[in-house]
Design a protein around this ligand. Structure first.
Ligand SMILES: Cc1ncc(COP(=O)(O)O)c(C=O)c1O
Length: 380
C-alpha cells in the first residue's frame, strides 16, 4: 500500500490540482475509515453525505459483486437489470410518477433543467443565492457562487438568483416565462442553512401562480439524510421534479430525477451511456433497503448530536448538521482529525457533519466529545 507522501508525489506530477487535500483515505468499514498510515477515524464527512449506509456495507458489497459476476454493462439500448425496479422504488419513496437516471448530482440537475425547458417551452430559471446544484455547464448556470460560475460564463441556462428564505424576493423574479424554480430544501454546501417550512411551501405557491415547475434539489438532503426520504417531505409542498444523487447508491456513482405525472422525457429527448447501469441500480436497490431499516432512527441520532453540541447552537435536521464557527473552521477540522474524527468545512466558516446514517450512539458520543474539545480549544 502506498503512503500518503507517495500518493501525493504521483498526484502532483500527473493529476490536475483542482482539489485541496492533505490526507489519503484507503479503507472504510461502517462509520470508520483508515488513512494510508493506518490511523482510524470516525467519518462524519462520509464522502460528503454519500456513504449513508456506512463504508462497504455488506449488503451493498454483495449486491455489487453478484451483479458484476453476471453483467456489468449492457447499454440503454436494452432493458437493463434492476432499472425498472429501482425506478419503482424511487417513485414510491418520493410519491412522484416516473424516474430517470444520471451518473451524478450535476447531471441530475442538467436533466431537470432540460425536462423543465422541454415540457414548459420556457427558457428562464430562478434559483437561490448561496445555492449549489453542480459544476457542469448546465448546473453551474443555476449555481450561485460567483467565484466558481463567473469564469465560465456565458453558460447554457438563463438564471436569476433570489435571496434564500425570502418569498417576496422570489415573487419578483418569477413570471409566466419562468420554466422552473430550483431549490435546495436545506442549503448544504452553503453550510447547512435551514429555512422555515413555510418558505418551501411558499415556493410551491409562487410556482403555481405562474405555471412554473418547482424543482427540488435533494442531491444532498435526500435518501433519508434528514430523517425522511426527502427533506421536502418535512413540509406540505409537493415538488414537480426532485433530483437525487449522493446517498442513493452508497458511493457507486449515480443520480436520479423523479417527476410528477405529465412530466417525462419523450423518445430521444435525453439519454446517457452509463446512467442507470446494472451495477449502479443493484447498489442503489441494496442501499434503499439498508436506509429503510435505519430511517426511523435518523431523527433521534441527529438530536443526540445536537444535545451534545447544544452550546454551539447547531443547525440540524436528522443527520445533516451545521455549526457556524467562522474563520477557525479549518483549524477545528484539523484538530478533530488529530483526535480521530473527520468533519468538513462548508462555505462561510460552517462546520458540517453528515455522518453515515448507520452511525452508532457510542460513535456519536465520541464525535461530540472530540468536536466539543476542538471547539473549546479554538476558544469557541
Ligand atoms: C445540492 C447539490 N446539488 C448538486 C450537487 C452536485 O452533485 P455532484 O457533485 O454529484 O455532481 C451537489 C454536490 O455537492 C449538491 O450538494
Amino acid at each position: 500500500m502506498e503512503t500518503t507522501s507517495q500518493l501525493k508525489a504521483l498526484e502532483e506530477r500527473y493529476f490536475m490540482p483542482a482539489f485541496g487535500r492533505d490526507m489519503a483515505i484507503v479503507r472504510g468499514e461502517g462509520s470508520r475509515v483508515w488513512d494510508a498510515e493506518g490511523h482510524e477515524y470516525i467519518d462524519c464527512v462520509a464522502g460528503i453525505a454519500v456513504c449513508s449506509t456506512g463504508h462497504c456495507h455488506p449488503a451493498v458489497v454483495k449486491a455489487i459483486c453478484e451483479q458484476a459476476h453476471s453483467l456489468i454493462h449492457c447499454s440503454n439500448l436494452y432493458y437493463v437489470p434492476h432499472q425498472g425496479e429501482l425506478a419503482k422504488r424511487l417513485v414510491e419513496i418520493t410519491g412522484l410518477h416516473k424516474a430517470f437516471f444520471s451518473n451524478s448530482g450535476a447531471e441530475a440537475t442538467d436533466a431537470a433543467l432540460k425536462l423543465a425547458r422541454v415540457r414548459t417551452g420556457r427558457k428562464k430559471f430562478v434559483s437561490f443565492i448561496h445555492g449549489f446544484h453542480g459544476r457542469t455547464v448546465g448546473s453551474l448556470a443555476v449555481t450561485h457562487k460567483p467565484a466558481i460560475r463567473e469564469p465560465f460564463e456565458p453558460l447554457g441556462m438563463k438564471c436569476t438568483f433570489a435571496e434564500y428564505g425570502d418569498l417576496e424576493a422570489l415573487r419578483k423574479c418569477v413570471d409566466t416565462e419562468t420554466a422552473g424554480v430550483l431549490v435546495e430544501p436545506i442549503q448544504g454546501e452553503a453550510g447547512v442553512i435551514i429555512p422555515p417550512d413555510s418558505f418551501i411551501e411558499g415556493i410551491r405557491e409562487v410556482c403555481d401562480e405562474t405555471g412554473t415547475l418547482m424543482i427540488v434539489d435533494e442531491v444532498q438532503t435526500g435518501m433519508g439524510r434528514t430523517g425522511k426520504w426527502l427533506a421536502a417531505q418535512h413540509t406540505k409542498a409537493r415538488p414537480d421534479i426532485v433530483t437525487l444523487a449522493k446517498g442513493i447508491a452508497s458511493g457507486f456513482p449515480m443520480g436520479a430525477l423523479v417527476a410528477r405525472e405529465g412530466l417525462e422525457f419523450r423518445k430521444s429527448e435525453h439519454g446517457s451511456t452509463f446512467a442507470g447501469g446494472p451495477l449502479a441500480c443493484a447498489a442503489a436497490l441494496a442501499t434503499i433497503d439498508v436506509i429503510a431499516n435505519v430511517l426511523p432512527q435518523v431523527k433521534g441520532k441527529g438530536e443526540r448530536f445536537s444535545r451534545g453540541l447544544a452550546k454551539y447552537n447547531p443547525r440540524f435536521r436528522g443527520l445533516m448538521i451545521g455549526i457556524s464557527i467562522g474563520d477557525r473552521c479549518a483549524e477545528v477540522q484539523k484538530a478533530c482529525a488529530k483526535e480521530g474524527v473527520l468533519v468538513n468545512c462548508a462555505a462561510d466558516g460552517n462546520l458540517r457533519l453528515v455522518p453515515p446514517l448507520v452511525i452508532t450512539d457510542a460513535e456519536i458520543d465520541r464525535v461530540v466529545r472530540v468536536v466539543d474539545g476542538a471547539l473549546g480549544q479554538a476558544g469557541l
